[in-house]
Structure formats: structure tokens, C-alpha cells
Write a protein that binds this ligand. Structure first.
Ligand code: FE2
Length: 367
């Protein structure tokens, strides 16, 4: 028995940003975005279509932390007129910050208590979100959770609430054409990780796996071409669609071991999420092979009959893109790695992983 559900209405296609006026529909809105020229330009187009924003929060930092989010929630609570909807324009960090603001309409303290103790759920709000991703990778526009970082305490939380699903995702590949090579690669690898992590996942189901297989095959095909042709709108659209499929896959399973491994590496060594959650994929794949017939079948649809050779090809794929699969290149020493794998296996995402602990410790060289 299984269930699949995703309530986000997706409008996909080059130029779909023009629909924003219809979606906002005269409501007072809060725009959450980055303080960069490209985002100011798009904010101008949004204002032309939906009217001026009641509030603009444009100081979103990568991996938004308690400090930044507390200030954003306070500004949101004090805004006049009170915003009825949040327009999230940007990458994963903007999506995460928008979800926290959506839940933190009564102030960030309620969100913090909920994250730390599961308390104060009744004090959380659920402001609707219209998500406009400008990268192809995070999938956050179709998931119901947000990463929240307590940088000082070196902790990463996940704010997970059904009410945090966006009402709408406007996925316009024209907004993604200006991405640098590095951002293109890191975000695409994040999407690849989402798709594979939803396959080697105890929460997997036939629909999530189907989305994941489609996404992974497309990313493996397109990314090498896209990095040599960053301005190609057709390739950008295909990558955006693949990232959306990966998002729909892991929206129902969450991620697994590779993501669990990534969080301390991002916190301690500053590795961008897309690299931190993907460099270990070949190792994690080797430890997943044979753990479940359903998982093997899904992986064979992507990598062919010989899954060991497939893991080798995945490693080659990363290395060819300039992504090292060696933990040392991310500043992680042997001792830290062993402790990190142990704790990754017992973390919430790690427990989703389908393979055995012994195989992981062997395949990831953490014995
Ligand atoms: Fe991710």
C-alpha cells in the first residue's frame, strides 16, 4: 500500500512569470528575494504585473540562519498593510526563508520553539506562498519543508509542515539563463541527489520512483551539454523540468543518506549544498545496491543492468564536471568522516536510507 500527494499547482514554461499578476490577484504581497541586480529587475516585472509589494525582504543569505530569519519574521509581522501572500523569488535559500516567514507570522520565537522542542505549533501561521524558482535544483517550490540553520550552535533543522507547500510554483526557465556555470552545476547535482535519494529511500513509492528515474536520466544527459552552452533556453527548460520532477519525487520521500552526510560539511566547511549532497552519491549508491529489489529496479532503469559499473559511471560523471568525490577535497579528515557517517546514519534523513549500516561503513571507507 502506498500514497502519493502533492498539492502545488505548477505553471511551467518560458515566460510564465507573466502569470504572476493573475496569481497575486490584487492581494497585498511580501516579496522575498536576494539583493542583487538580476532580482531587482525581476521584482520590477512582478510589480508591473501584480502591483507594488507591501513589503520586500531582500537580505536573504545563503543557508538562512536564526538571526536573519528572526529579523525577517519581525518585519513581516509589523508590515502595513499586512501581506496576505508571499512571493518567493530566488533559489533554495529564498524558498527556505519564505517558508519560515510564512510560518512565523507571529514572530520567529514560535518557529524556534517548534524546531527545538516540537512546541508552539498552534502559534505558527500559514501565509500562502507563490514560489518562483530562479535555479533548477532545490525542488523547494514543490516540497513542504525548509532547512533552517543555527550557525552558532552548528545545527541544521528542518521546518516541516503540510501548510508550507506553496499554492503555486511558477517555473520560468528564462529566469535561469543567467546562472553561472558553478551555480548551474551545483543546483543540477542537488536535483540529481534528490532523485537518487528518493529511490534508495524507505518512503519510496511507484510514483516518486517514476519521477525520480525520469529526472536522473534527464540530468545525466543534459548537464554535460548545458555546462558548455549556458545560454541555451531549451536545455535550461529541460533541466528545470527535470529538477521539478526530482522535487515531486522527494516531496513524498524526503532525502536520505547523502543529504544527511552533507549538512555538517556545509556547516563546518562551507561547502555549497549542491556539492556537499552529491559528491558522496557514488559511494552511497554502492552501499544501496542489493538492499531492495524495488530500489535496484529503479536504479537499473537509470544506469543499466550492471549497477556497480553504473556507480563507477556516476563517479566519472561528477569528476568530469570538476566535482571531486574525495572527502579530503572538502576539508574532511578521516576521523571526522567516521564520526560524521555514524551520526548521518542515525539522523532523520539517514534513517530513510534503504541500505544496511555495515555496507555504508564499508562502501564509504568509514570503518
Ligand atoms: Fe538538496
Amino acid at each position: 500500500m502506498w500514497t502519493y500527494e502533492n498539492p502545488v499547482r505548477i505553471s511551467f514554461g518560458a515566460g510564465s512569470l507573466d502569470r504572476i499578476g493573475d496569481l497575486v490577484h490584487g492581494r497585498a504581497y511580501c516579496l522575498v528575494t536576494y539583493d542583487e541586480a538580476m532580482f531587482h529587475d525581476i521584482a520590477g516585472r512582478i510589480a508591473a504585473s501584480a502591483g507594488p509589494a507591501a513589503l520586500i525582504i531582500d537580505n536573504v543569505i545563503p543557508n538562512p540562519d536564526f538571526l536573519m530569519l528572526a529579523e525577517a519574521c519581525a518585519r513581516f509581522a509589523a508590515a502595513q498593510p499586512s501581506p496576505e501572500v508571499i512571493v518567493a523569488l530566488g533559489g533554495g535559500s529564498v524558498m527556505d526563508a519564505s517558508k519560515v516567514v510564512a510560518a512565523g507570522g507571529n514572530g520567529f520565537d514560535a518557529v524556534k520553539r517548534y524546531l527545538q522542542d516540537g512546541a508552539s505549533a498552534e502559534a505558527l501561521t500559514a501565509t500562502p506562498i507563490i514560489a518562483i524558482p530562479t535555479t533548477a535544483g532545490t525542488g523547494s517550490e514543490v516540497t513542504s519543508w525548509a532547512s533552517v540553520w543555527d550557525t552558532e550552535a552548528e545545527r541544521k533543522y528542518s521546518l516541516s509542515r503540510r501548510s508550507l507547500y506553496a499554492t503555486d510554483a511558477l517555473i520560468d526557465s528564462e529566469l535561469m539563463v543567467g546562472m553561472t556555470r558553478e551555480l548551474t552545476v551545483s543546483t543540477a547535482l542537488d536535483a540529481l541527489s534528490h532523485s537518487l535519494e528518493s529511490i534508495w529511500n524507505v518512503m519510496g513509492n511507484p510514483i516518486s520512483t517514476d519521477y525520480a528515474v525520469n529526472a536522473a536520466m534527464e540530468i545525466l544527459t543534459i548537464l554535460p551539454a548545458l555546462v558548455d552552452d549556458l545560454g541555451n533556453l531549451d536545455l535550461r527548460s529541460r533541466m528545470a523540468q527535470a529538477a521539478t520532477f526530482a522535487g515531486l519525487a522527494f516531496s513524498n520521500t524526503k532525502t536520505a543518506l547523502a543529504h544527511s552526510i552533507s549538512y555538517p560539511i556545509t556547516l563546518r566547511h562551507g561547502t555549497p549544498h549542491g556539492f556537499a549532497c552529491s559528491f558522496s552519491l557514488p559511494m552511497v549508491m554502492r552501499s544501496a545496491i542489493g538492499a531492495s529489489a524495488t530500489c535496484d529496479t529503479g536504479l537499473r532503469r537509470i544506469f543499466g543492468e550492471d549497477l556497480s559499473a553504473g556507480a563507477d559511471r556516476l563517479e566519472e560523471f561528477l569528476v568530469t564536471l570538476g566535482v571531486s568525490v574525495d572527502k579530503a577535497d572538502y576539508g574532511v579528515k578521516d576521523e571526522e568522516w567516521r564520526a560524521l557517517i555514524e551520526s548521518a546514519l542515525t539522523g532523520e534523513r539517514g534513517r530513510n536510507f534503504i541500505g544496511s549500516h555495515e555496507r555504508v561503513i564499508e562502501s564509504l571507507g568509514a570503518a
